[in-house]
Design a protein around this ligand. Sequence first.
Ligand code: S3P
Length: 472
Amino acid sequence: MSFAKLRLRPRLSSSDWQCKLAVLRAHTSHLSFRYINLRMKSESQVIVRPARNVRGSVSLPGDKSISHRYAMLAAIADGSSRLENYSTGADCASTLGCLRSLGVKWEHKKDTSDNVIEVQGSGPMLAAPGEALDCGNSGSTIRMLSGIVSGQNFTSELSGDESLSNRPMARVITPLTVMGARISSQDGRPPLRIAGGNLKSIHYRMPVASAQVKTCLLFAGLLADGEMCIEEPLRTRDHGELALRAFGAQLERKGNEVRIRGGQRLQGIETRIPGDLSSAAFFLCAAALFPNSKLTITNLLMNPTRARLLDVLIQMGLRISVTQLEELHGELVGTLQVEGGQLTGATIAGGDAAALIDEIPVLAAIAPYTRKGIEVRDAKELRVKESDRIASIAANLRAMGAQVEELEDGLKIPGGQSPRGAELESFGDHRIAMAFSIAALRAQGETLIRGSQCAAISYPAFFSTLEELVEH
Ligand code: S3P
């Protein structure tokens, strides 16, 4: 097996991307997964061979949701922050790149193996950027940072790659405009031009359940006059609230309402970011495919608003136990011991669809191997992620010869199927590339995934870590 260097499409080759790709190369140089470089097309492919089992122990890079929030709050805090196990994904590098353009000083500590970022807080007022803020592929960066730049007395432009330029931003533009920001966009999509300053707090009932929007508005509320109240239709992940508290802000939560008073000053923190549960989902689902698998995941985020996946996998037949549970700045962290079993199936609908939104791609990808199949409903949001994930999942399952029914708001995937290895697309979507390399582990024959380098958006070392855990 051989490994050939990955190449980027030119529009993604910012210095942060180069840095992430360097990490990816370092992590993949010994792989027996085969990377094939299409020289002229500068896209990478990965070939995944069927496996016999999954075994081993792993600790994951820091959670993406928490890394974005800690970096942004560290930037507007007083004093310095030290963030250990910061996410290695290109998305979180995009956040750091934007913060640098806003005058924030931060440093990647190269003498540690633990991806440590030290940030010198600027206090609540940042510097006017001399260039557009490049959010890359990152919806979290553009949406949450919009809340912060709306509170600044200058104009910023926030842009991103082709996928991000097609994603809906009205969900942040509407409330931020009511608060007093003047925002122009391309028909509700990036690039956004935000003239900020003099924000007023509002009571806002969010029409879409979105933790990114909630966090954006909490950040804007912190920089606004008065008391902001945000009401969410469903409880979404609460990292924004926990992060604000970690940096010293006071918030009140009553049912689905959260309130924050403007003008509170934040203080820098020193902390370690727990391993990313949405990245762990790929290895958990890989373990779920093999009855004799045995996997340990240490230092893993166990926040209850993120951990619904564990309940679903346990209900489906995976044996999971949690040890060494501790709390770090309000976030639960633990060690998971996982053993395979026979997988039944599941229905994911209502609040579960929102709680599992990032894990549905990999659950759907392994659905054909379950006994009863998986049905996903109420998950229309999947259509406006990095790709239209409902369409991407359906296309790849069909290419593997599996039956799947595509619904407007989800998918119906019968169980008891035997998908075959096939040529699949990543659709430039990191979670699709990773989800189908897991499905490929139980397929009949080899699977080739085009554009697999996009895994680096959230997890550059994904393929090398998977290679260490699978037995062929
Ligand atoms: C995120 C929230 C979710 C999720 C995304 C990260 C966050 O998006 O899909 O990957 O960190 O708040 P929405 O807020 O759009 O649901």
